[in-house]
Design a protein around this ligand. Structure first.
Ligand code: ATP
Length: 300
């Protein structure tokens, strides 16, 4: 009976993980031995990134026939700038991340990185250019070193150590008798949400991608840990093009631009200040969140 249940468990886990974030989905598809949704043309060139400028040009997407999720969405993220995407649940925020990582190709429009349509270059080269810090990082049952170096096959000892330092993981690693050789994950040392997040950040620092995709990067953390992690994330964002899919508005206020998505369409966009003065959906969400927070602090 256990043998019957295992694949179902695995499927459930894969489904939950895919829904929750974007971590290592290509790896999971391999694990499941299923076909990935997109295929490269036989002669597709590799993406070449000089200026990591990201463009969504009139993108239309549906997961299944007849249910439009993104409806002619256009936006630009200049190289080195940050964009935060907010909007009600189900608006299509995570879908934007999945399309950028090319888990699916859009049915209409184009997604460009540095002027190249990501549908016509090798998907591996697209994924190599993007670092993901998901909301709930999944660690492999392997050493900390392996988990940090994952995705950057050529990373040496020095880069791993530097990544761990910049992600503020050293206090933890120095406490462990086996240091970087400590096994973590389900069958090893269990890390806290904040520690897992730091491993994901260290991994991304070592991978050193020109583009960052942050998927609700701080949702699983308490306020103090969140504040600490935000500082580390800032370091990660320096010099990279960042797209943050955000739930909590407090974490997006200093993005260069905020895009407010509603039912797969662009409702508003601008800086935090601009959006507040527009008195639209963003201002409403901001007021609602502020009210919830003050309620929380009253009952705490
Ligand atoms: P939330 O803030 O709740 O995470 P979101 O804005 O990120 O929401 P998406 O995850 O992009 O929303 O989902 C947009 C819509 O697409 C939702 O209605 C969702 O049910 C649907 N959807 C998401 N993934 C799939 C899928 N694999 N197959 C079919 N429909 C999907």
């Amino acid at each position: 009976l256990m043998q019957l249940f295992r694949p179902l468990d695995l499927l459930g886990w894969v489904y939950r993980t895919i829904r929750q974030g974007l971590v290592d989905m290509a790896e999971m598809f391999k694990l499941m031995d299923t076909d990935v949704e997109v295929r490269d043309a036989p002669d597709a060139p590799a993406l070449a990134v000089n200026e990591p400028h990201v463009t969504f040009d009139n993108v239309t997407f549906e997961y299944e026939d007849g249910r439009t999720i993104l409806n002619g969405l256009s936006f630009e993220v200049p190289a080195g700038s940050s964009l935060a995407i907010v909007g009600p649940s189900g608006a299509g925020k995570s879908t934007i991340g999945r399309l950028l990582f090319r888990f699916y190709d859009p049915q209409g429009g184009r997604i460009l990185i540095d002027g190249q349509d990501i549908a016509s270059v090798q998907q591996d080269s697209v994924r190599a250019a993007i670092g993901i810090v998901p909301q709930d990082s999944v660690l492999f049952n392997d050493t900390l070193r392996y988990n940090i170096a994952y995705g950057a096959e050529n990373a040496g000892e020095e880069q791993v150590t530097q990544g761990a330092k910049d992600a503020a993981l050293m206090p933890l690693i120095e406490r462990l008798p086996d240091g970087f050789d400590t096994t973590v994950g389900e069958r090893g040392l269990k890390l806290s949400g904040g520690e897992k997040q730091r491993v994901a950040i260290a991994r991304t620092l070592v991978k050193n991608p020109p583009i960052l995709l942050l998927d609700e990067a701080t949702s699983a953390l308490d306020t103090r840990t969140e504040r600490e992690i935000l500082g580390t994330l800032k370091r990660l964002e320096e010099g990279r093009t960042t797209i943050a899919i955000a739930h909590r508005l407090s974490t997006v206020a200093d993005a260069d631009r905020i895009l407010v998505l509603d039912s797969g369409e662009l409702a508003e966009s601008g800086t935090h200040g601009e959006l507040l003065s527009q008195n639209g959906l963003y201002a409403e969400m901001w007021a609602q969140q502020a009210a919830e927070q003050s309620e929380e602090s009253e009952t705490a």
